[in-house]
Design a protein. Structure first.
Length: 83
């Protein structure tokens, strides 16, 4: 994070903080436990609300006053574009 913020400051680039998340065991809950769709939607919303806190908590530990940045929360596993 130190390197990323330094590069953002020097280059004037926006720092993108990405948090990818998934509901662990969602497939099993949906199909094996046969939880109704409306209950699954509520479980997923609650899990997303928990994950929404993570990027903000992470950012709060770093000095970003002079760094243009944004946090993005994406559902699903993150796969790096770098092979």
């Amino acid at each position: 994070m130190d390197m990323a913020t330094t590069l953002s400051r020097v280059g004037g680039a926006e720092l993108l903080i990405l948090h990818a998340w998934s509901l662990w065991g969602e497939h099993t809950l949906r199909w094996r436990a046969q939880i109704p769709e409306d209950e699954m939607d509520e479980i997923r919303r609650e899990a997303e609300a928990v994950h929404r806190r993570y990027p903000d908590a992470f950012v709060s530990g770093h000095e970003l006053v002079d760094v243009r940045h944004r946090s993005v929360l994406e559902p699903g596993a993150f796969v790096s574009p770098i092979a």
